[in-house]
Design a protein around this ligand. Structure first.
Ligand code: AMP
Length: 290
C-alpha cells in the first residue's frame, strides 16, 4: 500500500475526522524523523492496533536550545518514507515549520508548560526543552486527533510529561508508552547515535552496561538506592570518553528523587551524558525483590 503524505493541517484533520466518521481508530506516532527500529516498533504497534496508522515527521525548532543541534539534526525524508511504507503506515504528516508556527516564532504566543516535571533530569541542562516538546505534542494531538498516540520509554521523562499534559488538559487521546529498542550490545537506538565515531560508539555502551549492573543488583536483593546507583556510577566512571550529566533514581510516577533508604517496588534509574559532542540518554525500571 502506498504511503500518503500530507503537509497541510486542515487536510490532516479532514483525513482523521473522515476515519472517525467511519468508525476507524486512528493511531499516531509523532517523530522527528531519521527513523530507526525504535520508531518503527511504535509504528508497527499503531498498525496492529488501529485502522489508520499515522506518523509525523517534524523537527521542532522550539525544543532545541540555541547551542543545540537543530541545524545538523539528521534528516532523510526519502529513506524515512521507504521505512514507513515498509511497515504499512497509511499516512505521513510532514508539516513545514511555517505551518506549525505561522508567526515565525517571536510572534507565536502559546506555550504548554508542565510544572514540576520539566525542570528536573534533562530539564536542568536543557531549559525550555520540555516546554517545546509539550507545546508541539499538544498541537500535533489537536491536529491529528488520534484515539491512541505511541511514545517510547527511551524518553521516559517526555512520556511522563505527555501523560500528564493529556490528563491535565482533558485531552481524549490514550497515551501508550512502548519499550526501548536497543542495538545488539544494549545501546538504546537514537537518531543521534549517527554522530558517534567508532571509539565513541564503543564508549556509548557504558550507559546500558551501567544501568544493567544497577538493575541486576536490585534484582539480586540490594535495596539501598545509594548502593544501586553506586553500581551504575562505577561503570560510568570507568569510561573516560563519557562526561556524566546525571544519574538518578527517581519515582516512576512523578520523577521525584527516591528519598528512602530502602527501595520498595519499582523506580526509574535514568542517566544522561555526553560523549564528544553527542548527548545520550537512557533509563531502566529497577525492581527490588519482595
Ligand atoms: P524522536 O524522533 O527522537 O522525537 O522520537 C520519536 C518517538 O520515538 C519518541 O516517542 C521516542 O521516545 C521514540 N523512540 C526513540 N528512540 C526509541 C527507542 N530506541 N526505542 C523506543 N522508542 C524510541
Amino acid at each position: 500500500m502506498k504511503l500518503e503524505t500530507i503537509t497541510g493541517i486542515d487536510r490532516m484533520r479532514e483525513r482523521s475526522r473522515a476515519a472517525h466518521a467511519q468508525g476507524i481508530k486512528v493511531g499516531f506516532v509523532p517523530t522527528m524523523g531519521y527513523l530507526h527500529e525504535g520508531h518503527l516498533s511504535l509504528m508497527r504497534r499503531a498498525r496492529r492496533e488501529c485502522g489508520l496508522a499515522v506518523a509525523s515527521i517534524f523537527v521542532n525548532p522550539f525544543q532545541f536550545g540555541p547551542e543545540e543541534d537543530f541545524a545538523r539534526y539528521p534528516r532523510d525524508l526519502d529513506h524515512d518514507m521507504m521505512l514507513l511504507e515498509r511497515c504499512e503506515t497509511d499516512l505521513l504528516f510532514h508539516p513545514a515549520a511555517s505551518q506549525i508556527y505561522p508567526q515565525g516564532g517571536p510572534g507565536y504566543s502559546t506555550w504548554v508548560g508542565v510544572e514540576g516535571l520539566s525542570d528536573v533530569l534533562c530539564g536542568l541542562s536543557r531549559p525550555g526543552h520540555f516546554r517545546g516538546v509539550a507545546t508541539v505534542v499538544t498541537k500535533l494531538l489537536n491536529i491529528v486527533e488520534p484515539d491512541v498516540a505511541y511514545f517510547g520509554q527511551k524518553d521516559a521523562q517526555q512520556a511522563i510529561i505527555i501523560r500528564t499534559l493529556v490528563r491535565d488538559l482533558n485531552m481524549t487521546t490514550r497515551i501508550e508508552v512502548c519499550p526501548t529498542v536497543r542495538e545488539a550490545d544494549g545501546l538504546a537506538m537514537s537518531s543521534r547515535n549517527k554522530y558517534l565515531s567508532a571509539p565513541e560508539r564503543r564508549a556509548a555502551t557504558a550507559l546500558y552496561r551501567a544501568l544493567s549492573a544497577a538493575g541486576a543488583a536490585a534484582a539480586g536483593g540490594e535495596r539501598s538506592p545509594r548502593e544501586i546507583v553506586g553500581k551504575a556510577r562505577s561503570v560510568l566512571e570507568a569510561e573516560p570518553l563519557l562526561k556524566l550529566e546525571y544519574l538518578e533514581i527517581v519515582s516512576l510516577d512523578d520523577l521525584k528523587p527516591i528519598a528512602t533508604t530502602q527501595l520498595s517496588g519499582k523506580a526509574l534509574l535514568a542517566v544522561a551524558g555526553r560523549i564528544g559532542v553527542t548527548r545520550l540518554i537512557d533509563n531502566i525500571t529497577v525492581a527490588v525483590k519482595d
